[in-house]
Design a binder for this molecule. Structure first.
Ligand SMILES: [Zn+2]
Length: 360
């Protein structure tokens, strides 16, 4: 599995809402404990949105990090980074401009001959475009009409959108085909992930021009193109960089857990205090108030863990489905950064079967 680098494409719709005018993305290298302490201090004072790695806690010595900085904070943040002696650069000097540029870039890509563009022989669906939820639901209904494809609605999101999986049968007639589960879009803003799942489905079901039809020989595919539909829709309509789901975080259960964890509803229910990072909400080393590395008990954080393990309808449905299918392989697609991550990542140094997984 390759985690694809995020292509940030904006749309006219996305840009009419949250503005990122004047915001920047910086990259810097942490080469000492003093650098790390400076960064913690800066993050306490200013809002840093970590793009890579996806939280402060995951930054290791001698690694670089990338973070978005608001227009108001950028002068202070840059001064403090400069004074600390960190090596740094400004990757993007104006995010609104970058979103506009990448939208233009994406329409150029659509007409490029250089990439392996395939014509969908069944549907007139453009796999080289970032579609909104309405398009994706319509597409999934059409795909489900094809022989050997079934759409399973496995639950509902917070805002009552369908959570669905497309099951694509093995074509070899094998008695017990291998089962592979792939999901995309648990993080709303990682649009190229959603696009990848749609493309994968398109390639698997296309029986004329696809080069990948052979992947149905002996394999039954279970593909969930959008794990977090509410968050994804929100990135199209309001805020291009939204990551979490859309739990309002004002219910009694959240309130109780916030008191117990010592976070005391700080910011919950307000703009950034909405939503749970679904990727921090599974029952794997989930701990209230003292969460795993890279998770947070604060509602306003992009890595907010939720009120309890599986507090979210999206993670519950996703997990129950996977447990019912018992796939032999499971792949989850994110952006950004070109890395392959093996489970588990609840700790920086958790033992991982690198040697074995590296050979797969
Ligand atoms: Zn992600």
């Amino acid at each position: 599995m390759k985690v694809l680098q995020c292509l940030l494409a904006g749309s006219a719709v996305a840009q009419k809402s949250a503005s990122y005018d004047g915001e920047i993305v910086i990259e810097a290298v942490i080469e000492s404990k003093e650098h790390f302490d400076t960064l913690v201090d800066i993050n306490n004072k200013h809002f840093l949105d970590f793009w890579y790695p996806d939280s402060l806690a995951r930054i290791k010595l001698n690694d670089s990090f990338q973070a978005r900085v608001t227009k108001e904070d950028k002068h202070d943040v840059l001064r403090e980074i400069h004074m600390s002696g960190m090596n740094y650069r400004i990757m993007h000097s104006n995010l609104d401009q970058m979103i506009a540029d990448s939208a233009a870039e994406s329409s150029k890509v659509q007409h490029s001959q250089a990439i392996n563009r395939f014509e969908d022989s069944h549907l007139q669906y453009d796999y080289f475009k970032y579609h909104n939820m309405e398009d994706i639901y319509e597409w999934s209904d059409q795909i489900a009409q094809l022989d050997g494809v079934e759409k399973k609605v496995i639950g509902k999101s917070w805002e009552d959108r369908d959570l669905f999986v497309l099951v694509i049968d093995d074509v070899s007639g094998m008695k017990n085909p291998h089962k592979v589960f792939v999901d995309c879009g648990i993080h709303a803003r990682e649009w190229v992930s959603h696009a990848f799942c749609q493309y994968l489905v398109g390639q698997l079901v296309d029986d004329t021009s696809s080069k990948f039809g052979f992947m149905r020989n002996g394999v039954e595919w279970h593909i969930m193109p959008v794990v977090n539909p509410d968050g994804y829709e929100f990135t199209h309509t309001h805020d291009r960089f939204w990551r979490k789901n859309r739990n309002p975080n004002t219910d009694a259960k959240t309130r109780a857990s916030q008191i117990e964890s010592g976070a005391y509803m700080s910011g919950c229910g307000e703009y950034r205090g909405i939503g749970v990072d679904l990727n921090r909400n599974y029952d794997a080393m989930w701990r209230l108030g003292d969460p795993m590395v890279g998770a947070s008990k604060w509602c306003t954080d992009d890595s907010y863990q939720g009120a309890s393990a599986f507090s979210e309808p999206e993670t519950r449905a996703h997990s129950e489905y996977i447990l019912s299918v018992k796939p032999e392989a499971y792949l989850t697609m994110h952006s950004y950064a070109e890395v392959i991550l093996f489970p588990y990542t609840y700790a920086i140094d958790a033992p991982r079967p690198h040697n074995y997984l590296g050979t797969v």
